[in-house]
Design a protein around this ligand. Structure first.
Ligand SMILES: [Zn+2]
Length: 281
């Protein structure tokens, strides 16, 4: 197995009262970063895990009904927050990104998909098939804004399900199977059902050890360490509430069994602050 380099960046953030995302939490407004994994693979080159927000998100949510999305999750985003601007600061061009891996299709994860003209989109075919026929209100109800995806998305889709399915053999606690994305087990897509159709995490064998990017399987680290569900209101958007609870339980078990695996929910502010400090050296 060849370890890869992983760096987390933040492409905008949104805010919510804590108790929306954590039952029993306070009414205090908290920030939820839209984190993006920037991965350098020794032979496959540059890739991303999710894309965060972009200017396209603001355009797509400027009018009703989509405006409701932006009203439910107030977004803070400046042009310099875009993944492209941040990649440029790191010495990369948007064209260098060869794969964009998507955990799921909610707007805050796909909004910048159209910014990477050379990339394949590696994601769940099952998840996309469930959303593809939906338009306007029906799509919005699923947190899916079709206008965020580039027009040729279908032609550039590389389904997880078409990759080799492997047995994780205890490497990831109760999560026993995944799809080996590049045949070297450095990046493994692992189903984490419940939050949205075709929701996946990514096990990254990084130079610093295993990192499990879990997307929106939970929104904070506190959620899996304390096994705390979000509010009933937030649960209404889930595709399968029972599966969500099971996945959260699995993440808790993993954190106990394998403390060496860093579990990273996409929107955990505490983790983001740690990554930011690390990047600043
Ligand atoms: Zn989501």
């Amino acid at each position: 197995m060849v370890p890869v380099k992983l760096r987390m960046i933040r492409a905008g953030y949104c805010t919510h009262p804590e108790r929306v995302v954590l039952q029993g939490g306070s009414w205090q407004t908290c920030s939820f970063p839209a984190m993006v994994g920037v991965i350098s693979h020794p032979t496959e080159g540059l890739m991303l895990f999710d894309t965060g927000y972009s200017e396209r998100f603001q355009k797509e949510t400027a009018h009703y009904p989509n405006k409701l999305y932006a009203q439910l999750t107030p977004v803070f985003y400046r042009p310099e927050d875009s993944v492209v601007a941040q990649l440029e600061a790191l010495g990369h061009r948007a064209e260098d990104v060869r794969h964009v891996i998507l955990s799921h299709f909610h707007g805050d994860h796909i909004a910048a998909a159209g910014d990477f003209p050379s990339a394949w989109f590696v994601c769940s075919e099952e998840g996309y098939a469930a959303l593809r026929p939906l338009k306007r209100i029906t799509a919005l109800k699923k947190g899916f804004l079709p206008g965020l995806l580039p027009k040729d998305f279908d032609l550039r889709l590389l389904p997880f399900e078409g990759r080799k399915k492997i047995d994780l053999g205890g490497r990831l606690g109760p999560f026993d199977t995944g799809f080996d994305l590049f045949g070297d087990e450095s990046l493994i897509a692992v189903p984490l059902p419940g939050h949205a159709d075709g929701h996946y995490g990514l096990l990254v064998e990084s130079e610093k050890g295993p990192v499990f990017l879990v997307g929106d399987a939970c929104w904070t680290s506190q959620a899996f360490t304390e096994q705390r569900l979000p509010s009933f209101l937030a649960q209404m958007i889930f595709s399968d509430r029972k599966a969500y609870v099971e996945t959260l339980r699995g993440l808790h078990a993993l954190s106990v069994e394998r403390p060496d695996v860093a579990i990273v929910p996409s929107h955990c502010q505490t983790l983001w602050e740690g990554f930011e400090r690390e990047a600043q050296g």
